[in-house]
Design a protein around this ligand. Structure first.
Ligand code: SF4
Length: 715
């Protein structure tokens, strides 16, 4: 009845880690009307172009609507029962013959927390191997490792409001304007209201973000640790140390400072290494020292590096030495890439974590999870991280892999290696909402998943805010929730503990685990705590308002959120002190040379998301940048013999791709930028992942996406 008001559903955007609230108004037979949710604190009604175009991406073109099985080389439609049997029996027989470490799950920051929870429980708890990793390894794992080293737990101290309360915002390796647009708009408005708010951009590229910056330090790629060690040293020598805070709440300053002083005590020398103007570097150091309310926000330019974890800690060191943490308007802030990278970390989706921020190598915590899940076979040591996992697949030690909601043949470094690995693998299971991706082409079993607007659950954004994603569309074809498929396989493998009444039931178990024997290991209570949401029923879960963890229970039994951590100056390490981490600067693993003279940097475009399976459907979004490109300095183009507008080939030691040459004006001599979104299934095979070197950070396992030596030549 068109006279009735159309129902409006409040949900959360499926793209970036800002986690904007979205409303969808649905009338049968028409495209849902998408708008920003004015009641959601992350965006207060605003959306970026990607979020605003969500309605254009909901058609069923290219959707995977039925399970498919490969037989004699070709895929045929199958029923769920047959497909699930094939997965369960395939996994069970590999485990029986070769042990639990011969199977693996590779999952995604696109998954809802509930899907993620069940995947992790199945693999670590019941199959008995920690070979489950996630594409968050490519994105956030250096921040996770940096947080754990400094704070004792993977904790983001602040909240978005801090950006509005700050007097200085330092954006490091982050094109916030394009990659976290509504947060950038908040910074923009804060600066309009208070022109005294200083913005510093630290990025080898001059991006759209730099237009707002009072100061842009276009550092040489990979030199961030020199820059922040130099700042630490400068602060120590210019009265920037908060001696009371450092003495009472931290440890390890002397060791960190000794390393910083060794190479970086002279700002002029640091400026030379970072290839920036010495006066501008000094202006940054002086501004940082003189401003109490500083937020230092960082993203993939920091994380995606063979020294990513040290970069994170070099930044955090500067906040600890000044005591600028846990108070309004200040703190280090990791900007999460994906919509639910944080939720995945909470349930232990990384191969080196357990669940609820517990650690695999902590026997007390492992015993607590074993008991809670009634899982005697629980994994006892870390599993393979993403890059190593696909190497193990190629080498044959991992014989069956289940890939959920991600496209590693496009997105992993040395992507041709991933293709070879999947070609050789005995059993490749892929759960996705679409078919015909570079990864689904290798599947022996394809399982149709629910997409955004169809699935139900929760996600956690960069400021620890848990929000509901709600369904407002019917499930198309035979598509089902990923958690359901995982539970069905678990049951068929003979495991108990996978009978859930719905997503709310999984969330409740997750909340109970967060409070289970918490604090028993002598290290104090873990900060991650959802005890205020234990016992949430279906009704309360449906109505759940966005809420920042930790969530405890108030005097009246109500859930109480936490805006900022460390206001009490207590950190999660035993003893409650934060730790300075000595960070020895080191160059990217592979240096440019005569054969490969340019340094390739990769990243996002404003209007596309990941491998474009959703945003590629919107003509409006595709018009911003309709094809892949190679962005470099005009002088380098001249030396390579390539011309703007013409096709060129980029080659590295690992692979090659072809795209059109462009000069944005934002690339310094010696650099090349190529966007990450295009795949082998678009007009040209433009998988930049095929070029990217597979070196990883030794602590986090995060790949070095921002620095691969390449050559550019006419096509
Ligand atoms: Fe979605 Fe991020 Fe845009 Fe918000 S800023 S609408 S979460 S893509």
């Amino acid at each position: 009845d068109m006279s009735l008001p159309a129902p409006t559903v409040r949900t959360t955007c499926p793209y970036c880690g800002v986690g904007c609230g979205v409303t969808a108004t649905v009338r049968p037979g028409t495209i849902p009307i998408i708008a920003g949710d004015a009641q959601h604190a992350a965006n207060r009604g605003r959306l970026c172009v990607k979020g605003a175009a969500l309605g254009e991406t909901l058609d069923l073109d290219g959707r995977l609507l039925h399970p498919m099985l490969r037989e004699s080389g070709t895929l045929r439609q199958a029923g769920w029962n047959e497909a699930l049997e094939r997965v369960a029996s395939g996994f069970a027989s590999v485990v029986a013959e070769h042990g639990p470490d011969a199977v693996a799950l590779y999952v995604s920051g696109q998954l809802l927390t509930e899907d993620y929870y069940v995947a992790n429980k199945l693999m670590k708890g019941f199959i008995g191997s920690a070979n489950i990793d996630t594409n968050s390894r490519l994105c956030m794992s250096s921040s996770v490792a940096g947080h754990k080293r400094a704070f004792g737990e993977d904790l983001v101290p602040g909240c978005y409001e801090d950006f509005e309360l700050a007097d200085m915002i330092v954006l490091v390796g982050s094109n916030t304007a394009w990659c976290h647009p509504t947060l950038f708009q908040r910074i923009l408005r804060a600066k309009e209201a208070r022109p005294g708010l200083k913005v510093v951009a630290i990025d080898p590229r001059r991006t759209a973000t730099c237009e707002l910056a009072d100061l842009h330090l276009a550092i040489k790629p990979g030199t961030d640790v020199w820059l922040f060690n130099g700042l630490l040293s400068y602060l120590a020598r210019h009265g920037g140390v908060d001696g009371t805070f450092v003495a009472a709440h931290t440890e390890g300053l002397d060791a960190a400072l000794a390393i910083a002083d060794a190479d970086c005590a002279d700002p002029a020398a640091v400026a030379r290494i970072c290839r920036v103007d010495p006066a501008q570097l000094l202006a940054f150091y002086e501004g940082f020292a003189a401003t109490a309310k500083v937020v230092t926000a960082y993203s993939q330019g920091v994380n995606q590096s063979s020294s990513g974890t040290d970069k994170v800690n070099a930044i955090i060191n500067c906040h600890l030495v000044t005591g600028r943490i846990g108070q309004p308007g200040m703190g280090p802030f990791s900007l999460t890439g994906q919509p639910n990278a944080m939720g995945g970390r909470e349930v232990g989706g990384l191969a080196n974590m357990l669940a609820a921020h517990m650690d695999l190598d902590n026997p007390v915590q492992r015993d607590a999870v074993r008991e809670f899940w009634d899982a005697p076979r629980i994994a006892s040591r870390p599993g393979l991280k993403a890059v190593d996992l696909f190497r193990a697949v190629e080498e044959g030690s991992v014989k069956a892999v289940w890939i959920i909601a991600t496209n590693p043949v496009v997105s992993l470094p040395d992507a041709d290696q991933v293709r070879r690995a999947l070609d050789k693998c005995e059993l490749v299971v892929v759960s996705d909402i679409v078919h015909g991706t570079d990864t689904t082409l290798h599947a022996d079993v394809l399982l149709p998943a629910l997409g955004w607007g169809e699935k139900d659950g929760t996600v956690t954004n960069s400021e620890r805010c848990i929000s509901r994603q709600r369904a407002f569309l019917p499930a198309p074809g035979e598509a089902r929730a990923d958690w359901w498929a995982l539970c069905e396989v678990a049951r068929r493998m003979g495991f108990a503990g996978f009978d859930y009444a719905g997503a709310h039931d999984i969330f409740d178990e997750h909340a109970r685990l967060s409070n289970w024997r918490n604090g028993e290991d002598g290290a104090g209570r873990r900060v991650f705590d959802l005890s205020g949401l234990i016992g949430i029923g279906q009704g309360a879960y449906e109505a759940l308002e966005p809420i920042q963890w930790p969530v405890v229970r108030g005097a009246g039994g109500e859930p109480v959120a936490t805006e900022r951590l460390f206001a009490d100056r207590r950190f999660a390490h035993a003893g409650g002190r934060a730790r300075f981490i000595p960070t020895t600067p080191r160059a990217p693993v592979h240096a440019v040379d005569g054969d490969f003279p340019l340094a390739l940097n990769t990243g996002r475009m404003r209007d596309q998301w990941h491998t474009m399976t959703r945003t590629g459907k919107s003509p409006r979004l595709s018009s911003h940048s309709p094809e892949p490109f190679i962005d470099l300095h005009p002088n380098d183009a001249l030396l390579c013999g390539v011309r703007e507008g013409e096709l060129a080939r980029v080659t590295s030691r690992w692979g090659a791709m072809v795209a059109r040459v462009t000069h944005s004006g934002g690339i310094a001599r010696g650099g090349v930028f190529v966007p990450i979104h295009w795949s082998g299934q678009t007009a040209s095979d433009a998988r930049v992942g095929a070029l990217v070197n597979p070196e990883v950070d030794p602590v986090s396992g995060e790949p070095e996406f921002k620095h691969t030596p390449v050559a550019v030549a006419p096509f």
